[in-house]
Design a protein around this ligand. Structure first.
Ligand SMILES: Nc1nc2c(ncn2[C@@H]2O[C@H](COP(=O)(O)OP(=O)(O)OP(=O)(O)O)[C@@H](O)[C@H]2O)c(=O)[nH]1
Ligand SMILES: [Mg+2]
Length: 209
């Protein structure tokens, strides 16, 4: 029983595999045929109920394009759930998974981090280039869950996070009660919850002549 928790989650994988489409499906349950490549990263939040637990996923949707690759560690630092996406219709995106995982592991993720491999675009069955068996074998080798989805038809998309929610280790995430207690303690100690504004520039600006 975890109660109400917030879980930092990150979506990774090559450009065009459907990360943003999955995030949009999770957060708003819609699909856009002409989604644009993500610039930098995008943030999504949604709640998954699991029995008496209410899990608020705070999801960073990173940009897969090579030029943004160096930014990704900023988003997966401290992540408790890493979702690595490839497209079932694009073998190269599957093969790229190893490199994405290497990056993630190098950043030193916690031992309780949940790793998920998602084979997306399952609706393009006639264009399939990666077999379920190959993807399952890779996932098992890497200690990941595996699931095949279609952001287009919504097939299995909710199930990604439902499966994660069911398997989260006890003590994962930031509990709402703890966050509240911390805010109260900070107030009592005279530490404001707001960031102090640096006013060192006061008096220097706005001068005329
Ligand atoms: N047929 C099909 N097309 C999809 C699916 N998911 C995404 N697409 C399409 O694939 C293209 C790329 O999707 P995005 O969600 O933008 O991909 P991305 O992984 O976020 O790409 P980057 O932001 O560049 O990293 C878009 O044209 C989507 O409409 C799916 O499940 N099936
Ligand atoms: Mg994107």
């Amino acid at each position: 029983m975890m109660g109400k928790v917030k879980i930092k989650t990150v979506l990774l994988g090559d450009s065009g595999v459907g990360k943003t489409s999955i995030a949009v499906r999770l957060a708003r349950d819609v699909f856009n045929d002409r989604a644009q490549p993500t610039v930098g990263a995008a943030f999504f939040t949604f709640v998954v109920e699991n029995g008496e637990d209410s899990i608020q996923f705070e999801m960073w949707d990173t940009a897969g394009q090579e030029r943004y690759r160096s930014l990704a560690p900023m988003y997966y630092r401290g992540a408790e759930v890493v979702v690595l996406v490839f497209a079932l219709s694009d073998k190269q995106s599957f093969e790229a998974g190893e490199r994405w995982l290497q990056d993630v592991r190098q950043s030193g993720l916690g031992p309780t981090c949940t790793l998920v491999l998602v084979g997306n675009k399952a609706d393009l069955e006639s264009e399939r280039q990666v077999s379920t068996a190959d993807a399952e074998a890779f996932a098992a080798e890497q200690g990941m869950m595996y699931i095949e989805t279609s952001a287009k038809t919504a097939h299995n998309v909710k199930e990604i996070m439902q499966n994660v929610a069911e398997r989260l280790p006890e003590g994962a995430g930031v509990r709402e009660e703890d966050a509240q207690a911390k805010r109260a303690a900070d107030r009592k100690a005279g530490r404001g919850g707001t960031v102090a504004v640096d006013d060192s520039s006061k008096g220097k600006s706005g001068g005329c002549c």
